[in-house]
Design a protein around this ligand. Structure first.
Ligand code: FPP
Length: 262
């Protein structure tokens, strides 16, 4: 995988004992990438999907256990229908074509977000891929689809209220740890590193609860141009950070890892 000489040089600098256990990415800049080339926006998304495949493979090869990609936000539904339809088609093709690759590489697919809003055909295909890959262990690849962090928290609260009403949850005091189990990401370790491409300095409603102590990295590169070297540089940057989680002791590399609930 890491064939270019700059990639090999970067790889040599990486401390394999201090890798992030969970990387979350806001893949931004597809539209601008296309505009710079006088191409329709969807061409930027096509190139962006190719980048996503390369970065997934790269995380797999680095043995990073969790990767969560912001593939479609709840707010993205308000884009022109031609773009929304093209993105849904792209997602469908991705699910169709990548199952073999996921099985061959022991990649488990999961999804977070308000999935009920997805077109039925996509939801079915997504659920089938999730089911078929559920025993894979090398990498948990999560697509955030129709996702909004606030919506995830509100849905979590409502799930907890309903469960209590039906006697499926005790009425003990809610703690941060217990509440996490009502989120779509239940059982995941929080992201150690958030990367946002394209130079925008915002979180844009992404994993609001889970990013509380994540290291944030904003890079100018547009997502379609983000490559293996960009990811390795991001990891090197992460490894320079001192992580104290609000305390005084550097706890870099000590992120807790929890087995996903199945
Ligand atoms: C943001 O760029 C990107 C999106 C809204 C979609 C992200 C989707 C992909 C990368 C492809 C699908 C991925 C998979 C894994 C199937 P933007 O359109 O907001 O760019 P702009 O800010 O430059 O206009």
């Amino acid at each position: 995988m890491f064939t270019a000489s700059d990639e090999k040089a970067l790889l040599e600098q990486i401390d394999s004992t201090l890798l992030p256990k969970h990387i979350a990415i806001i893949m931004d800049g597809n539209g601008r990438w296309a505009r710079q080339r006088h191409l329709p926006r969807i061409q930027g998304h096509y190139k962006g999907a190719k980048t996503a495949k390369r970065i997934i493979r790269c995380c797999h090869d680095l043995r990073i256990p969790y990767l969560t990609l912001y593939a479609f936000s709840d707010e993205n539904w308000s884009r022109p229908s031609i773009e929304v339809n093209a993105l849904m088609k792209l997602l469908n093709t991705y699910l169709d074509k990548e199952l073999r690759e996921m099985m061959d590489n022991d990649i488990q697919l999961r999804a977070i977000g308000n999935l009920d809003k997805l077109p039925e055909v996509i939801l079915k295909s997504l659920q089938q891929t999730i089911e078929q890959t559920r025993n894979n262990r090398s990498l948990v690849l999560t697509l955030a689809l129709s996702y909004s962090g606030r919506d995830e928290i509100i849905r979590g609260i409502n799930k907890l209220i309903k469960a209590r009403e039906h006697g499926h949850a005790t009425d003990e005091e809610v703690t941060a740890e217990s509440f996490s189990q009502w989120l779509d990401s239940a059982g995941y370790p929080d992201p150690d590193l958030l990367i946002r491409t394209s130079g925008e300095l915002r979180i844009s409603n992404y994993m609001l609860w889970q990013l509380a102590y994540s290291e944030l990295l904003f890079v100018d590169t547009l997502w379609p141009d983000f490559d293996e070297s960009s990811l390795l540089k991001a990891i090197l940057d992460f490894q320079q950070r001192k992580r104290r989680f609000g305390g005084l002791i550097d706890r870099s590399g000590s992120a807790k890892i929890v087995e996903p609930n199945r």
